[in-house]
Design a protein. Structure first.
Length: 549
């Protein structure tokens, strides 16, 4: 038998006219257009019930022998995940909260099975995951069309340096869609660097999960953060012994993420270990100038170093990105044809009576006025200035100059006490800007306590006689930043007493006096609303005491 007659092509499923009547090697009967094609036999993926899909497949294959049926061996069920399903239409609200899985008390890890369904394996202490058992609202859902691929809020096709599990997808979803300024910072600046290295990406996820714990208060997210941190540490320790990889940008990026992790956790001992290691790696590379080719990484290095210094009120260990700062500020001035000293005219300086002209605080206040003028210009041009880029290039340079500049002991003379109190008040104002714009690891607890110690021990009625408004501005900022601390009541009472001593009799009068100093409209609106009632109550009590015989 010839090879031609001994080997026949698979005829495919038979049509109604020749089913079972054609011998091997015999030509097909009937017009080709009536024969079913392979594509026509593929059951379409649907989002309906499984019974309907089986019924459709049964009807398509009716009359075809099992041996001749087309089999799609690698067929994947494409279904819409439950967390992306459309909320029911309701007349009460146009926007319904997304029911996302809680980082709860179960230890199971959600993974994707071959059939496309979500399964939960047994509990494991090494599993990193967010169980689906409990739900909680995260953010309003934006209506989206149902599609076979299960359209979500995040691009499902990016390339990640690790195998992305369900919990990693959840964290990335929060990074891409979260409204908190810190999540925006992770999205716009940290993510691009993290995508280049597995260890960096694990620590990036750890930092995101830790910040979600601080935002949402869910204990499981803190556990997930520690687990990703452990994986990143093991990976980095295995690479440090390789001389070809231990000084690369990827290694520096990983260490920077470790430093950020310690700053956010207020782990100062861990911060010292990692920042010293980072400084040593940069020294082995040849210095900070070796990072000039990567401005984002250069700013990240300085940012985490400054973040740790802010936790102690100490000098940063690494130099700031002065060349980048000068270039960005110079480009802004050149674009708008502004002079180097682009201050509003006239620019009042009500602190001049208390701060010498050659003092470091005088330059700090002038730089702050320029930064505030920058925000006004951006706002007038309908441009958003509330971003971490504003902090890096306009606010952090001021903090570099004033941080760690206080006396080692409690100031004993009048001018020193006034200058130190002013320095702390200025830092509190700058830290508020850092927090609003999404800088990571910001805390004012240390400086709120420092300011209380200074203001409660010095004879401020005598020391501040020549600069009463400056004292009021400092105390007012301290009052707004002391919310939910044990010192909140003390600040409210002391600020009201200082205002009353200056002859102010209401909240509005006090607010007007404070805004003669550096101020940004809208920055403290929430804090002012919370403090107003308590302040006004104390002010009324003081008035009654004065009027009573």
């Amino acid at each position: 038998m010839s090879s031609k007659s001994g080997h026949t092509a698979n005829p495919g499923p038979a049509s109604d006219g020749d089913a079972g009547a054609r011998l091997p090697g015999q030509p097909r009967r009937g017009p080709p257009s009536l024969r079913p094609k392979p594509a026509a036999l593929r059951p379409a993926a649907t989002t309906g019930p499984q019974e309907s899909e089986k019924e459709v497949r049964k009807r398509l294959m009716q009359g075809i022998p099992k041996a001749r049926r087309w089999v799609i061996r690698n067929r994947i069920e494409l279904t819409l995940p439950p967390e992306f399903s459309q909320p029911p239409i309701s007349d009460k609200s146009d926007i319904a909260p997304v029911r996302m899985p809680e980082i709860g008390r179960q230890g199971g890890r959600v993974i994707q099975s071959l059939g496309g369904s979500l399964v939960v394996p047994p509990k494991s202490e090494n599993a990193i995951g967010f169980p689906l058992a409990q739900n909680y609202p995260i953010t309003p859902i934006i209506p989206h069309p149902r599609t076979v691929l299960g359209a979500g809020r995040v691009d499902p096709f990016p390339s990640y340096p690790i195998r992305v599990s369900y919990d990693a997808k959840y964290l990335l979803d929060q990074v891409y869609t979260g409204s908190d300024p810190r999540l925006k910072t992770f999205r716009d600046f940290w993510l691009s660097t993290a995508l280049k290295d597995p260890a960096t990406f694990h620590q990036f996820l750890s930092n995101v999960s830790l910040n979600l714990y601080q935002i949402q208060g869910l204990t499981r997210s803190k556990t997930v953060s520690v687990e990703h941190h452990a994986i990143a540490l093991r990976t980095v320790n295995s690479i440090l012994s390789d001389p070809t990889c231990n000084t690369t940008d990827a290694m520096i990026s990983s260490i920077v993420n470790f430093v950020c992790y310690c700053v956010c956790r207020e782990d100062l001992a861990g911060f010292d270990v990692h920042i010293d290691g980072l400084a040593n790696i940069i020294r082995l590379r040849g210095g900070m100038q070796t990072l000039d080719h990567n401005p984002t990484l250069r700013c990240m290095v300085s940012g985490v170093d400054l973040g740790g210094a802010c936790r102690r009120d100490s000098r940063p260990k690494l130099p700031g990105p002065d060349r980048l700062v000068q270039g960005i500020q110079g480009a802004f001035r050149d674009k708008l044809k502004l002079p180097s000293n682009h201050l509003p005219s006239p620019s009042p300086r009500p602190w001049a009576n208390a701060i010498p002209r050659d003092h470091i605080l005088t330059k700090a206040f002038d730089d702050l006025l320029r930064a505030i003028n920058y925000t006004k210009i951006r706002k007038a041009r309908n441009e958003d200035w509330i971003e971490v880029r504003f902090i890096v290039f306009w606010i952090d340079p001021i903090i570099y100059n004033v941080l760690g500049q206080g006396p080692e002991t409690q100031p004993s003379d009048g001018p020193s006490a006034v200058q130190e109190t002013t320095r702390i008040g200025l830092i509190l104002f700058l830290f508020k800007l850092r927090r609003v714009c999404g800088q990571l690891g910001v805390s004012t607890t240390l400086f709120v306590k420092k300011l209380k110690t200074l203001a409660s021990t010095m004879a401020w009625k005598t020391l501040w006689s020549a600069c009463e408004p400056l004292l009021l501005w400092v105390l007012f900022i301290g009052m707004l930043e002391s919310w939910r601390t044990e010192d909140e009541d003390w600040y409210t009472e002391t600020t009201a007493m200082a205002a009353h001593w200056m002859g102010l009799r209401s909240w509005d009068d006090t607010s007007k006096a404070v805004k003669q100093f550096p101020w940004i409209d809208g920055l403290f609106d929430d804090e002012c609303e919370r403090s107003r009632a308590g302040f006004q109550s104390i002010m009324s009590t003081l008035e009654e005491d004065v009027l009573s015989p």
